[in-house]
Design a protein around this ligand. Sequence first.
Ligand code: F6P
Length: 359
Amino acid sequence: MKIGVLTSGGDCPALNAVLRGLGKYVYENIPKAEIIGIADGYGGLIDGEYRKMSRSDFSGILNVGGTILGTSRQPFKKMTLKTDDDPVTKAEKMKENYKAMKLDCLVTLGGAGTHKSAALLSSLGLNVIGLPKTIDNDIYGTDVTFGFHTAVEIATECIDRVHTTAASHGRTMLVEIMGNKVGWLTLYAGIAGGADIILLPELPFDTERVLKKIRERAEEGKAFSIIAVAEGAMTEEEAKMKKKDRMAARAEKGYTTVTGELAGLIGQQVGVDTRVVVPGHMQRGGAPSPYDRLLSTQIGSYAGSLIKQGIFGVSVAVRGEQMTYNRLEDIAGKQKAVPADHPLIKAARDIGISFGVKR
Ligand code: F6P
């Protein structure tokens, strides 16, 4: 049995921990198995760049950040694109290379985009298993994705550290947390870090309500405020615009996200000193947390057990403490966004945290 494996899309902590779980399971439990590591995500499958991985490749990587295989972003919309220069699509090239490599199956570790491409390859007849990676926690049909909780810890620590300096100076500090489309990371880290205001892409905010909250805090004698802003957060007005127009309007003002403009408005209208902190890719780097190491060991070994049983065309999912799977075709193209009635939002509101929206 020849098993191809690749890591695709933005990296995150615990990719190596999942590879280790998979590799160790396979070499312990599937006789005569061979693992082929494909370089740089789908890019390596398109270009035919790969190497055989032995048992020892999967040792000593449990706590190592990044991915030993390398990764790349390969937009789904380009997978089936034909051009005059290249009439063979990327999807067709991947199928050809899968055959040329004589693979029996392919395991793809990746986020929502990776899963869409995995579903496409599965529809072309390849035996594919997707594994749910992303600090965004937005893969449909799973309680949690690996990498998410480590990123929550990093972002929380960042807010904690900003908290003390904000308090010392009596400033309003805006911490911009990763999450372009969904706000899971901002919600979790915002609450865990004791933010006063949390702004999520799913809940377009009213700027006046944000300003009001900061003024109210000042009236209560609290000179500083902490705002956790998701990268993809937007105002109510912006939410009415098409993404293209929203980005163009921001670019004209010199911003790519809402955070800088909001900081400026708070400074002008409330009269407080503001600072923006962007932890950025730090949230994706470094060692996975113990929780993510445990989860990854389960996900990797469970994926190995699916291979052993011959179950393909699926994505591994977590339900409570159990591992299960969804059909790729059922989850591809869907997104798990933060619901407005999520229990954490309720708890946060009940203790006075503002989301910048009407309750
Ligand atoms: O998908 C994870 C993510 O971290 C998003 O939250 C973020 O917007 C994006 O990746 C940025 O990735 P990159 O800089 O690698 O394009």
